[in-house]
Design a binder for this molecule. Structure first.
Ligand code: G4P
Length: 527
């Protein structure tokens, strides 16, 4: 069992939409032999569906509107890639998924650099101090200056970088990469526009034959850049990488299959097997703890009226899982049978019999699990650290069309919030009569409207609010009446009565902090 766990590599790919996450994932599957030909993983075409197609999306993608995980084998490792939905699917689930990963691969478009969504996802990874690997993609197109890109990553994200390889040209001139540890040039050969696995040719920088592959100018530039790099960039240091304080950098083109295999090889050697997780009884180490344990990081409600079941996605943290096994739901204080376990393979769902620490499984949920819950075996009653609440960025006031249906409305909206699809807040000085909904991605507003109508028979009107920033107040002893905010600031509270602040402008946050000495604001809510 420990051998099986040691083989696991569970990671998420984070990127801004269009940087090439889907393409790179597909190429990993291609190299892993899980698919035969590029083009078979559903990508953007599905993700770009309008909301009115919601049910169709459900049908087409099974439960995977906020899908789960792809598993395949490569180089003796069993790889779990966690899907972090982007585009319109971007939601709190995207962030929560990162809680189940042991490391992250950050894909950056070489012509664009660090973009908004990368920044947000990076922050969540950085909060957990997990290793972050960077793949600078689309080198087959005109790229920005390599040094500029690295500088931007370091300055904008605050993480030092260490290029493992270095690109030779970009666009049509992109010939390959120079591998700094092997001190060899890897030349890319034709991959029939990326449809087949590419072969690479290795050649020493000083090999007399090198000039027949790379132009004199490009070689000279490469020599200069390497010399500069050896003097200027951070040295590779596995401990720093493990602690999430240094990001190894790779260059390539996912579309052309250039640099994908070399990335996989280096990445798998540098990334980590399943990591220990904090619980209320200290760290639980999968290499030592033999019994099964897991935590729920996502709950997917079935949108189909005929099937009101839900799927609870859990990350196995230790031990071995067997289909139908009896387990213990710590928060519920009850025994549970883990039925209908599922896993995603490429674009299909399949039932599984066994899974191990590091794996992700989806379990049929009769409505007992909540996000962050721990599942153990009966004589172990520890609970894993909860999953924080992430800052929504879109807010709306919710009004009912028919006020007679107050009860259903409250029930529906509370249940949907409990599943974690939305967050609900109240005006600071009133009760449930005024409800403010916060979401990470605007699609969740449509989901809320759709589900309230279809499952609870309640019509609502959403009135968008201009706020974009929310902050939890960390101080427990603060007098909110005395708080000196900005004109765009609004005080609200969550369902537990904890105070929060909403702002329209980001600079107002700094201003409010300045005006109130000792005030502590946080972007993450404690569960
Ligand atoms: P995402 O999941 O991060 O959103 O990105 P995705 O892989 O869907 O890629 C977005 C677009 O970028 C796709 O073009 C894809 O083919 C292209 N792309 C991905 N990797 C590379 C690369 O290494 N080089 C080049 N040149 N292009 C790449 P598309 O589906 O044709 O859409 P669009 O071009 O019409 O937007």
């Amino acid at each position: 069992m420990i051998e099986e766990i040691k083989k696991r590599r569970t990671f998420a790919i984070i990127s801004h939409p269009d940087a090439g996450k889907t393409t790179l994932t597909e190429k990993f599957l291609l190299y892993g032999g899980a698919i035969n030909q590029a083009g078979s993983v559903k990508g953007k075409a599905t993700a770009k569906h309008a909301v009115s197609d919601w049910m169709d999306i459900e049908k087409e993608r099974g439960i995977s509107v906020t899908s789960s995980v792809l598993q395949f084998e490569f180089g003796g490792c069993c790889i779990n890639i966690l899907d972090t939905p982007g585009h319109q699917d971007f939601s709190e689930d995207t962030y929560r998924t990162l809680m189940a990963a042991d490391s992250a691969v950050m894909v950056i478009d070489a012509s664009k650099g660090v973009e908004a969504q990368t920044r947000k996802l990076f922050k969540v990874c950085a909060m957990r101090h997990i290793p972050i690997f960077t793949f600078i993609n689309k080198m087959d197109r005109e790229a920005r200056d390599t040094y500029d890109l690295l500088d931007e990553i370091e300055k904008e994200l605050g993480i030092p970088t260490c290029p493992v390889n270095w690109p030779i040209g970009s666009g049509k001139q992109f010939a390959g990469v120079y591998d700094r540890s092997h001190k060899k040039i890897e030349l890319f050969e034709d991959t029939m526009k990326g449809t087949r696995v590419g072969t690479t040719k290795e050649i020493g920088l000083d090999d007399p034959q090198v000039t027949s592959y790379v132009s004199e100018d490009a070689l000279e530039l490469l020599r200069e850049e390497i010399e500069l790099l050896d003097g200027a960039s951070a040295e590779f240091d596995q401990e720093e990488v493990d602690a999430g304080r240094l990001s190894p950098i790779f260059f390539g083109s996912a579309l052309m299959n250039f640099g994908v295999e070399t990335f996989l090889n280096h990445f798998l050697a540098m990334t980590t097997p399943p990591l220990p997780r904090m619980s209320d009884q200290g760290l639980i180490d999968p290499m030592k703890e033999e019994d099964f344990s897991a935590f729920v990081f996502k709950i997917q409600a079935n949108m189909n009226k005929a099937h009101r079941d839900r799927i609870a996605f859990m990350r196995i943290c230790s031990g071995e899982f067997e289909a139908g096994m009896d387990a213990f739901h710590v928060q519920g204080g009850k025994k549970v049978r883990l039925a209908q376990p599922q896993q995603m393979m490429a674009s299909e769902r399949k039932m599984i019999e066994k899974a191990y620490g590091g794996d992700i499984i989806g379990i049929f949920d009769p409505g007992i699990f909540a996000i962050g819950d721990t599942i153990t075996v009966s004589d172990k009653k520890f609970a894993y650290e909860g999953i924080p609440t992430f800052a929504p960025e879109h807010f709306a006031r919710v009004r009912q069309v028919n006020t007679m249906k107050r009860k259903q409305f409250i029930k529906g909206i509370s249940q949907i919030a409990q599943e974690g699809a939305i967050q609900i807040f109240q005006e600071f000085n009133t009760g449930m009569e005024e409800i403010i909904v916060g979401v990470v991605g605007t699609l969740q507003f449509d989901v809320l409207e759709y589900r309230l109508k279809n499952e609870y028979n309640v019509d609502i009107i959403l009135e968008n609010l201009p706020y974009e920033y929310i902050r939890w107040i960390e101080n427990t002893d603060i007098d909110l009446e005395e708080l000196r905010g900005t004109s765009d600031m609004k005080k609200i509270k969550d369902l537990k009565g904890r105070p929060l602040l909403l702002f329209i402008n980001s600079w107002s946050i700094g201003m409010t902090l300045e005006r109130n000495e000792g005030l502590e604001l946080s972007e993450f809510g404690r569960s």
